[in-house]
Design a protein around this ligand. Structure first.
Ligand code: UDP
Length: 310
């Protein structure tokens, strides 16, 4: 039985990845310091003998006994309000945490996949974003703590690949949504659902003409699964290229929930990227992957989940 370590396992993506790898017959060790993770996301896994949970902070030396085949490093605060509240932890888990896990991968001869982000492209001057684009990031702006931690993550991961011959994979994740997102994580979709379901005003930041491209979580997990098992060590975008404005996202949530909420426009946060859309040619070519779940279907499933939370 193959053994995989997943960091950030109690988070949105980590918990879905744990589900998937358990389903594929892996033994899963999950780590989380529960800074932004939630045990509810993995409570259904706790009784399984193939699943082992460690309440642990991976910015400290990480030890796992016995053999280990794979590592997925998904621990990090990941929404703008979270990393604004926890800037140092965000930098540490992306930098020191990644270093520790690369060291563990080297020690165990394990393959490691790290969760990078479209934020490495910053406020992009190339659109859509291809993996070859170097980005437009403000290192000292409010998002710098996340963006630069992830850029360092990519750099040290490539260095371990080149210098120590560790088998590495880098996924650049674009906006993802679905069940188990925290309703209060401050991101656009959970916030809009929460507001619409409570009949509160929908807060669109700025004029709402900024764009994002939202990928349903199951599609993302499939892309990550394929990338881990591929032999490609350079970064790969995984996201849904269907781009919409934030105004459109707000309207879709209002329509789906049948809410009477009105859209109001508030200040645009500093350095908020104006556009974002993945070019997924590489994922299509190398992984034979593309998203399958429409936004209509994905939003419906997400709404069903949020209904159980309000
Ligand atoms: N946004 C918004 N209202 C909110 C939360 C977010 O208009 O209550 C906007 C935000 O300014 C950004 C977009 O929605 O332009 C996506 O924000 P999110 O925090 O979901 O993720 P980001 O892609 O910015 O990391």
């Amino acid at each position: 039985m193959k053994k995989i370590l997943i960091t950030g396992v109690a988070g949105f993506l980590g918990s879905h990845l744990a589900d998937r790898f358990l389903k594929e017959g892996f033994e899963v060790i999950g780590m989380d310091n529960l800074l932004t993770g939630n045990m509810e996301n993995i409570s259904h896994l706790m009784p399984l003998k193939e699943f082992d949970f460690h309440h642990y902070d991976v910015t400290k030396f990480v030890h796992v006994s016995g053999n280990l085949d794979y590592i997925l490093h998904f621990a990090s605060p990941a929404s703008p309000i979270d990393y604004l509240k926890m800037p140092i932890q965000t930098l540490k888990v992306g930098a020191l945490g990644t270093h520790n896990l690369l060291g563990l991968a080297k020690e165990k001869s394990a393959r490691i996949l790290v969760a990078s982000t479209s934020e490495v492209y910053g406020d992009p001057l190339e659109h859509p974003q291809k993996e070859t684009y170097w980005g437009n990031v403000n290192p000292v702006g409010p998002r710098g703590v996340y963006d630069e931690a992830k850029r360092f993550m990519e750099a040290i991961t490539m260095a371990y690949n080149n210098f120590h011959n560790v088998e590495t994979r880098i996924v650049r994740i674009f906006n993802t949504y679905g069940p188990r997102m925290r309703m209060d994580d401050g991101r656009a979709l959970p916030t809009f659902f929460s507001q619409a379901m409570k009949g509160e005003d929908i807060t669109v930041f700025g004029d709402g003409s900024q764009t994002r491209s939202f990928c349903y979580v199951d599609d993302l997990v499939e892309g990550i699964y394929r990338l881990l098992l591929s032999d490609h060590h350079e970064p790969v975008n995984v996201g849904n290229p269907h781009e919409i404005t934030i105004n459109q996202a707000a309207e879709e949530v209002i329509k789906l929930t049948g809410s009477n909420s009105k859209i109001i426009h508030t200040a645009l946060p500093k350095d908020d990227p104006k556009v974002r859309q993945p070019d997924i040619t590489k994922a299509k070519t190398i992984l034979g992957w593309e998203p399958k779940i429409s936004r209509e279907e994905g939003l419906k499933r997400t709404y069903e989940y949020f209904k159980t939370k309000v």
